[in-house]
Ligand binder design. Structure first.
Ligand code: NAP
Ligand code: MG
Length: 410
């Protein structure tokens, strides 16, 4: 059998627990038989991070910068329990935070749609992808409680010694204040990552805030994003018949519910936090039907599943039980990374393979062969709930059939 060729590698970042087990099943059973897979491999297993004092995480992120495309398995973010469980030197920080910091990337969360799971909003036919600016605002804000009557102001003291003062208010009774900030450069990079990603998936972009009320803070966001769009992206958007829209955030919520979906919703940090969880559960109710992609302002790309390591299932697996853990988001992460590699390197067969792999997975679920997590949300009479390996075999059957029909393999 002919295997599909690659040119440059993708960066493979391995992880922990049940996600890691599924990771290798997917790679060995659904990809390697068909693709002459080239990877640069980094093992972020919790013990390897511990042994290398977490330098392996930094190296993996740098490799993604070097090669432009990576795929990451879920990893344990250690807490006190994990330190005991794995006998670790310390509570290493979240690898995702380290990687996001090095790549200065924005996270895009996209639901995987199947016909037999109806979204909670009946108008939605296409995905709504949430892009969250995961930097600053209330997540690095400062709060203050006051008891006595008094007044408050914001003072900005620049290094040249100039002071700018703005009055917040005068108060007669106890209350609370919060201050937060963002950096123009970070907002610009967020805008670039969003517009780049939109061109990659051919979707319109919405950005929503409340600049009628927040006349300095939200207005700055609005201005910077519009400027990046007009200076760097407008022509390519026009030629691809794509658009960028700014909406007031309450208007955006109302429009989104009446829409068919099919756009990227760029959101400030807090809005994106709330919105992404709502969108995830409104589309399918399972974290295993959601991908997470990181795009840097330079176009470096990392795909992963939105779910974690699925710890509880892993302990059952270790006891020798068959688990019905859903590998869909992991399959999509691999496929999306291969697709990105193929687009960058102009490899048509690889691009087609990636699409066929995603289609075969969707088809398997639509044929009623599903894992346990979907049993309540699937809206169909004849379903077969299977364990993970049986599900992967069913995907493989559909994949082979489709690959033969399209002439990609013979
Ligand atoms: P989780 O691994 O996402 O799992 C939470 C629960 O969601 C599971 O117990 C399971 O529910 C369900 N679930 C998640 N993925 C599933 C799948 N593919 N198929 C079927 N069911 C699935 O989150 P967690 O238990 O909070 O975290 C476990 C570890 O993952 C932690 O150490 C955390 O640090 C890490 N984590 C890593 C990432 C990442 O690297 N991107 C993200 C989140 C968490 P049932 O048990 O009810 O079946
Ligand atoms: Mg949240």
């Amino acid at each position: 059998m002919r295997r599909i060729l690659m040119d440059k590698p993708i960066v493979e970042i391995d992880g922990d627990e049940m996600a890691r087990v599924m990771w290798h099943w997917v790679k060995e059973r659904l990809i390697e038989p068909f693709v002459d897979l080239k990877v640069e491999y980094y093992d972020l297993h919790i013990k390897v991070r511990d042994e290398t004092n977490d330098q392996i995480t930094v190296k993996a992120a740098e490799a993604v910068k070097r090669w432009g495309v990576g795929v990451k398995c879920a990893t344990i973010t250690p807490n006190a329990e994990r330190v005991k469980e794995y006998n670790l030197k310390k509570e290493w920080r979240s690898p995702n935070a380290t990687i996001r910091e090095i790549l200065d990337g924005t996270i895009f969360r996209a639901p995987i749609l199947v016909k037999n799971i109806a979204p909670a909003v009946r108008f939605w036919k296409k995905p709504i992808i949430v892009a969250r600016h995961a930097v600053g605002d209330i997540y690095s804000g400062t709060g203050l409680r006051f008891e006595e009557p008094g007044e408050a102001e914001i003072v900005y003291r620049s290094i040249s010694g100039k002071e700018v003062r703005v009055k917040i208010g005068s108060f007669q009774s106890p209350g609370v204040i919060q201050a937060y900030y963002n950096i123009n450069k970070s907002i610009e990079n967020f805008a670039r990552a969003v517009f780049r990603y939109a061109l990659m998936v051919s979707m319109d972009v919405w950005f929503a805030a409340k600049d009628t009320i927040s006349k300095v803070y939200d207005a700055t966001y609005r201005e910077i994003i519009a400027k990046v769009f007009e200076k760097e992206f407008i022509e390519e958007f026009r030629s691809r018949r794509l658009n960028y829209y700014y909406y007031l955030i309450d208007d955006a919520y109302a429009r989104a519910v009446r829409s068919e979906g099919g756009f990227i919703w760029a959101a400030k940090n807090y809005d994106g936090d709330v919105l992404s969880d709502m969108i995830a559960s409104a589309f399918s109710g399972s974290l295993a039907m959601m991908t997470s992609e990181l795009m840097s302002p330079e176009g470096h790309y990392l795909a992963e599943a939105a779910h974690g390591t699925v710890q509880k299932h892993y302990y059952r697996y270790l006891r020798g039980e068959k688990t019905s853990t859903n590998p869909t988001a992991i399959i999509f992460a691999w496929a999306k990374a291969l697709k990105r590699r193929a687009e960058l390197d102009g490899l048509e067969d690889l691009e087609k393979f990636a699409q066929v792999l995603m289609d075969a997975t969707v088809k398997t679920i639509e044929n009623g062969v599903i894992t346990q997590d979907l049993s309540k949300s699937v809206n169909q009479a004849n379903i077969t709930v299977v364990d993970t390996e049986t599900f992967i075999e069913a995907v493989k059957k559909n994949l082979v059939k489709e690959l033969e029909e399209t002439g990609l393999i013979w």
